[in-house]
Design a protein around this ligand. Structure first.
Ligand code: BGC
Length: 292
């Protein structure tokens, strides 16, 4: 008996098998398939990982990088162009015959960080995943805020620049076009985010200038969210967001943009604790909760 969690990303799918105490028994990664092929791939990953740990899968949780309705239909995943109104929950449940939960990837990562990571014991927290896109999990008054359709937290698509950079969601000027890993690469003329961070540590002046500019865009979106949710804690996660160097620059930029602390006390800004597996862990936790 084992709970499986799968985080579907723009380029790879990561599956984890979670033990009862919440630790990871084993994991598997595959390049993300295209279109409806994702459903087959997720089902195969679930079965393969469960048999690798020598147990039957008791539940499956899946984190998808897009708008997922309460009944597990993936309406739009900007970085998976062929995924539109995909009834993932219905397809996976009938194929696997076990309880399945499908939720937004950042919400899954947020649940993991809230239950067991950097946002533990916080009733009001934002967990922001910064990678290819930007995802946001909203914890408000001790609950995960999902909204009417289940689409709350699509803050990566807040417009921060009227008529700005084109976004795969079909609009222009979205926050994730200025504050995601892909945005940092563009600002650094094709140099990857990891490389920019490395060069900053090596005290490269140009890399520092680029990271300062990037961090001010991250902080701009964060401040809008602070005004919306009034969080106690903001957790930066995802491939790029978990970097301590980035956190330092963003903290600086946020400090400059926030009003004086006697007028608005600043939230704590932390890096995620559960690493790149947070999304898959959170998905497994949500799947497990259905049978508990
Ligand atoms: C999507 C979100 C997702 C985020 C991170 C955004 O482009 O709209 O739903 O959480 O990317 O994958």
């Amino acid at each position: 008996m084992v709970a499986i969690g799968i985080d579907v990303g723009g380029t790879k799918c990561l599956a984890v098998a979670l033990a009862n105490d919440g630790s990871i028994l084993d994991s598997l990664t595959l390049p993300t398939a295209t279109g409806v092929g994702i459903v087959e791939e997720v089902a195969d990953l679930c079965t393969a990982l469960a048999s690798r740990v020598g147990k039957a899968a008791t539940s499956l949780g899946v984190g998808m990088p897009g708008t997922v309705s309460h009944d597990g239909v993936v309406y739009l995943a900007p970085h998976l162009p062929e995924v539109r109104q995909l009834p993932m929950h219905a397809l996976l449940s009938s194929q696997l015959g076990i309880p399945v939960v499908v939720d937004n990837d950042a919400t899954c990562a947020g649940v993991a960080e809230w239950r067991n990571g950097a946002a533990r014991n916080c009733d009001n927290a934002l967990v922001i995943t910064i990678g290819t896109g930007i995802g946001v999990a909203l914890i408000a008054n001790g609950k995960v805020l999902r909204g009417h359709h289940g689409f709350a937290g699509e803050s990566g698509h807040h417009i921060v620049m009227h008529g700005g950079e084109e976004c795969p969601c079909g609009r222009r000027g979205c926050w994730e076009q200025y504050a995601s890993g892909s945005a940092l690469r563009r600002m650094a003329n094709g140099v990857s985010g990891e490389e920019v961070l490395l060069r900053v540590v090596q005290e490269d002046k140009e890399a520092k200038r680029v990271l300062e500019e990037f961090a001010s865009w991250v902080a701009l979106g964060l401040f809008n969210l602070v005004n919306t949710l009034d969080p106690q804690v903001i957790v930066l996660g995802g491939g790029l967001g978990s970097s301590g160097v980035l956190r330092h620059f963003v903290a600086d930029a946020l400090h400059k943009q926030m009003p004086p602390s006697d007028l608005r006390p600043a939230p704590l800004l932390l890096t995620a604790q559960l690493g790149p597996e947070a999304g898959a862990i959170g998905a497994a936790v949500l799947g497990k909760e259905v049978i508990e």
